[in-house]
Write a protein that binds this ligand. Structure first.
Ligand code: NAD
Length: 299
């Protein structure tokens, strides 16, 4: 039997006279995501009966549904849309009718909106990182940036950095082919000599999973940090990674990963609901979580 999601929105409307707004997140290992709480609290504050479901094959018993089945099930159940995370951000594109220009540029989709029987994909990670940097590092010199990590999130971050006016984007990854391919895509340079790259960089961004509670350490020798550098990390469990702690101690301007996580949700909320969310309220919900160990991938 095909995978299905319980409680059709139309049925709830018939029973309660009030149409719930259903959205969700499709991804693996997402049980600790803070995104449901941000959307549900903001929905409540705006008078919506908003339900945010986690659709996580890792948490299901029995045969694993395919991405196509999970997407079909959400659309059939009357969802307004879904967020999509690891490992589906690229694979989902083939299942959509249309994607926004930024999602096309990044080559990944983390938000799908269902409307008029159609599926449109967006990339709110891209905007989320750019907005976080614009607000959190006002006036920072962005001529030259060293990006650590060319994976899924690194792609959105690289494109966002270029959109913010970075002229020289140096990219490194444990997998040299990933760095080379992203560098070619964004007009950057793949680098392996991190001492030389740090010398040339105004800012350093970590988009590797290094620094997560389950992956302690840093993707760059922190002795290479200088007070003139700004340092951003997209890891947010913990909020202060080993890299950010070293950078702060050295006197660098720092930016943690909470802004990207909050702003991707801010943009997704407005895409799902057509309403303008209160950014500070969504950030407050995010920050209300106690620091727990990160066992998930983004989202
Ligand atoms: P991913 O697995 O797709 O990519 C990670 C990349 O980092 C890979 O290419 C890998 O080869 C590289 N890498 C790992 N260790 C390295 C090292 N020591 N040096 C150089 N390169 C290294 O993962 P992803 O989806 O891109 O996510 C990366 C991290 O970003 C996640 O751990 C998550 O915490 C964080 N994230 C945060 C947000 C947010 O909203 N703040 C959103 C998405 C992801």
């Amino acid at each position: 039997m095909a995978f299905s999601l319980a409680q059709d929105s139309r049925q709830a409307l018939a029973e309660t006279g009030r149409a719930p707004l259903r959205v969700g997140l499709i991804g693996k290992g997402i049980q600790l995501s803070r995104t449901p709480a941000m959307h549900e609290a903001e929905g409540r504050a705006q008078g919506l009966d908003l339900h945010y479901d986690l659709i996580d094959p890792d948490a299901m018993t029995g045969p694993q549904p395919t991405l196509a089945q999970m997407l079909d099930a959400a659309q059939d159940a009357g969802f307004a849309g879904v967020n999509v995370t690891f490992p589906y951000k690229k694979a989902v594109i083939a299942l959509l009718d249309d994607i926004s220009a930024p999602a096309r540029v990044v080559g990944a989709v983390n938000t799908v909106v269902f409307a008029d029987g159609k599926r449109r994909g967006h990339n709110t990670d891209y905007w989320g990182f750019a907005e976080s940097l614009r607000r959190g590092l006002v006036g920072a010199n962005m001529d030259s940036v060293l990006l650590l990590g060319a994976g899924g999130a690194g792609g959105a971050v690289a494109h966002a950095l270029v959109s913010l006016g970075v002229k020289q984007l140096m990219i490194t990854d444990r997998d040299p082919a990933a760095a080379a391919s992203l560098a070619a895509e964004v007009g950057g340079t793949a680098v392996t000599d991190l001492a030389a790259a740090a010398k040339a960089a105004d800012g350093i961004v970590n988009a590797t999973p290094m620094g997560m509670a389950k992956l302690p350490g840093t993707a760059i020798d922190t002795a290479l940090l200088e007070p003139r550098h700004w340092v951003a990390d997209i890891v947010y469990f913990p909020l202060e990674t080993e890299l950010l702690r070293a950078a702060r101690t050295r006197g660098c301007r720092i930016l943690n990963g909470s802004g990207m996580a909050v702003f991707q949700a801010v943009r997704a909320f407005s895409l799902f609901t057509g309403l303008t969310p209160d950014t500070n309220r969504m950030r407050a919900t995010f920050e209300a979580f106690s620091q727990v160990h990160d066992t998930q991938k983004g989202g």
